[in-house]
Design a protein around this ligand. Structure first.
Ligand code: ATP
Ligand code: MG
Length: 245
């Protein structure tokens, strides 16, 4: 994916959440967004997914401008996938029905194709035996993997994930992270907000560190974690996160 962001600003009432943010990346298949709580990560992700409009600045995704005042935004939203922290599965539908509902009803894909796609991923992620269970009978890790499958079945151009493991018991975090890692085998591009630094290091090609609504450091992952960048707050962030975990 190519992403170009120029002078992006977003305020909530009088509070500046994103302040003159700039980014230019080309040909990146996976982007990690990290940073302290309240730094604007979720807000940036919501803007990039077309869910909330920015106040000023320009965003180009794969060279196409994100225009919230144009009907192209609806097409854009349909072309991407979002994985939420709290799964957002319907409690009255089985795992399989949760996966195929948006495919069939929103994207108008024939039901046989929906079932075929869902079965492929349920098998791949060892969840086939759980397909007829309702959400209350599934673990947090299974629920989150079902919601990832639901997104994958839409064949999105880019998958956006906002802290997909933060609501999980640590014992389920690994299975969800492994599922996300395997998106690479599927040649899927993704942008992930996460506090799991070890995971970002392993799974993302490029990383941005947000601080007070701005990118205070960004680089290819190989360079990102060496300590020669003279960014004290980033070093503190990395060290404190590693210490707590
Ligand atoms: N709808 C809103 N109305 C008012 N303020 C908001 C709104 N959404 C976010 N904010 C504020 O904007 C700032 C950035 O929020 P955001 O959720 O983007 O942070 P974050 O980096 O994702 O934090 P966390 O790691 O805790 O999820 C916070 O100070 C938050 O209180
Ligand atoms: Mg957040």
């Amino acid at each position: 994916m190519d992403i170009e962001i120029k002078n992006l600003n977003k305020n909530f009432k009088n509070f500046e959440v994103i302040k003159n943010l700039n980014l230019s990346i080309k040909n990146i298949n996976s982007l990690g967004i990290i940073g302290p709580s309240g730094s604007g990560k979720s807000t940036l992700l919501r803007i990039l997914t077309g869910l909330i409009p920015h106040d000023s600045g320009e965003i180009y995704i794969n060279s196409k401008i994100l225009n919230f005042n144009d009907k192209s935004i609806t097409e854009y939203r349909k072309s991407i996938g979002i994985v939420f922290q709290n799964y957002n599965l319907f409690p009255h539908l089985t795992a399989l029905k949760n996966i195929i509902l948006p495919l069939n009803k929103v994207h108008k894909i024939p039901i046989e194709v929906c079932i075929e796609r869902a079965t492929y991923y349920l098998k791949k992620f060892n969840l086939l035996e759980h397909k007829n269970k309702y959400p209350k009978a599934l673990s947090g890790g299974q629920l989150q993997r079902i919601s990832i499958i639901r997104t994958l079945c839409l064949n999105p151009k880019i998958i956006f994930l906002d802290e997909p493991t933060s609501a999980l018991d640590p014992s389920f975090t690994k299975e969800v992270l492994n599922t996300i890692l395997s998106l690479k085998d599927e040649n899927k591009e993704y942008i992930i907000v996460t506090h799991e630094l070890a995971f970002v290091k392993q799974s993302c090609e490029y990383i941005i560190f947000l601080e007070n609504g701005n990118i205070s450091h960004s680089d290819y992952t190989n360079n990102f974690f060496n300590n020669n960048h003279n960014n004290e707050s980033l070093n503190n962030f990395i060290n404190s996160t590693l210490t707590i975990n």
